[in-house]
Design a protein. Structure first.
Length: 430
């Protein structure tokens, strides 16, 4: 822990004020990390502007949002150019990377040989197309929604990049959720041709887009006194084990290598004097993270941290969570169970933050699945878990921490753990 740049409490806002600008580089969806950042910006009185990643039509052509889709957005959305990144559907010539995977059977996945010359042509085309659409979006912000002298914060929200081939999701379900006969080694998958394609796609969507954003906003920096950038990383978290905060993570997290590259992008521009930062935030349960069965297990110990920082007293969140359980006394059972789980988790025996990410194992996957099922079964309803209010605590507190730190940036990479979440919640939200 001593080598991690951890934050224990959200700092004070030093710069941002009413009328300043928050630009969400991506699209806003419900119950995601960026909603906490938006909430904090609106409290200050900042103007919030977002983009859209667009949608695909029946022929897989990228389009802007329809009027109906746009009307459902609660924040100002500039529908001028879709910010979907990646190259999986780009035809460098007559075939896209997804086309190359068309018709591949499930038992052939590890013998597939891809045409990498074609893939590289698709990659180049995808990069060029994205840069053009990104520049169109940013020019719209600069020319019609920005006032010279405004302080501006750019929030990069792009992540993922799973190629949209039919064979991928069944395979990834086995990688992320499989046990017994359904277990699939993440290392074996990652070393395959398809795995290498996924790695390239993850880097494009998660990391290179941050680089593009920074490179294309020079004119903002020339006209403003304060321009800052944030991106959402993940590089493990630090829940309370016993009475001390200890780093932990889970496996497999194949996007982890792209998240490290995202950190490298921030460091590269930071070294040039720019205010570029990545915030490695704790696990929450979102539509995208739910594919990782068991990711939510490490969220339950947030209750232990909240109680610890509240002088061993329950908080309002404890009551909310207790009401969701079949037996309110099961909060103690959950604390005991998750403490034991994290202290005996096979992930923790072979992993630290410097050799992260790691691949899965049959033992670890089984224990993770069993832990997830045990905790879910304690609830009254399986679709109304205590991980939802806990996730809200995380994105509200991290949103405040990110925007306030970005007002006076001190490091290019931060770890926001349960200590930061608990202390900030108690100070500002309880």
């Amino acid at each position: 822990m001593k080598d991690l740049h951890t934050m224990s409490l959200a700092p004070e806002n030093k710069v941002f004020k009413k009328g300043d600008l928050l630009v969400v580089y991506g699209e806003i969806f419900e119950k995601g990390y960026v909603n906490g950042l938006i909430e904090e910006a609106k409290k200050i009185g900042m103007t919030v502007i977002a983009g859209t990643v667009g949608r695909r039509d029946e022929n897989q052509n990228l389009r802007v949002l329809s009027e109906e889709e746009l009307s459902q957005k609660t924040e100002k959305t500039l529908n001028v150019a879709p910010l979907e990144a990646g190259f999986d559907l780009c035809k460098g010539d007559d075939k896209s990377p997804v086309d190359q995977l068309h018709g591949v059977k499930r038992d052939e996945w590890n013998t597939v040989k891809l045409d990498w010359d074609r893939i590289n042509r698709s990659l180049e085309k995808g990069q060029k197309d994205f840069e053009e659409r990104s520049l169109k979006f940013l020019n719209e912000v600069f020319e019609n929604h920005y006032t010279e002298g405004q302080n501006v914060h750019f929030a990069h929200t792009m992540a993922g990049g799973i190629p949209r081939a039919k064979i991928l999701m069944p395979m990834l379900n086995r990688v992320f959720k499989g046990t017994g006969k359904r277990f699939l080694s993440s290392k074996e998958f990652w070393d395959s041709e398809i795995g290498k394609l996924c790695s390239l796609s993850f880097n494009e969507v998660t990391a290179r887009t941050f680089d593009v954003l920074i490179n294309q906003t020079t004119k903002f920096r020339e006209k403003s006194s304060h321009i800052s950038y944030s991106a959402y990383g993940y590089h493990g978290c630090s829940p309370l084990l016993g009475d001390s905060y200890e780093w932990q993570s889970y496996a497999p997290y194949l996007q982890g290598w792209a998240k490290i590259e995202l950190e490298n992008v921030a460091k590269k521009h930071w070294d040039k004097g720019l205010k570029t930062q990545v915030f490695n935030s704790p696990e929450i349960l979102t539509n995208s993270s739910s594919v990782f069965m068991g990711v939510e297990v490490c969220l339950y110990p947030l209750l232990r941290s909240l109680k610890h920082e509240n002088k061993n007293k329950d908080t309002r969140i404890h009551k909310i969570c207790a009401d969701l359980l079949k037996n309110e006394d099961d909060l103690n059972k959950i604390d005991e169970f998750t403490q034991q789980y994290m202290n005996t988790n096979p992930d923790q025996q072979s992993m630290d933050w410097q050799n992260w990410p790691t691949h899965n194992s049959t033992e670890q996957m089984s224990k993770t699945q069993e832990a997830s099922k045990f905790l879910i079964d304690l609830h009254k309803e399986k679709n109304n878990l205590m991980t939802f209010p806990l996730s809200e605590v995380v994105f509200k507190t991290t949103g405040k921490a990110i925007l306030c730190e970005a007002s006076n940036p001190k490091k290019p990479v931060w770890w926001l753990g349960h200590e930061l979440v608990s202390k900030t919640h108690l100070a500002y939200f309880e």
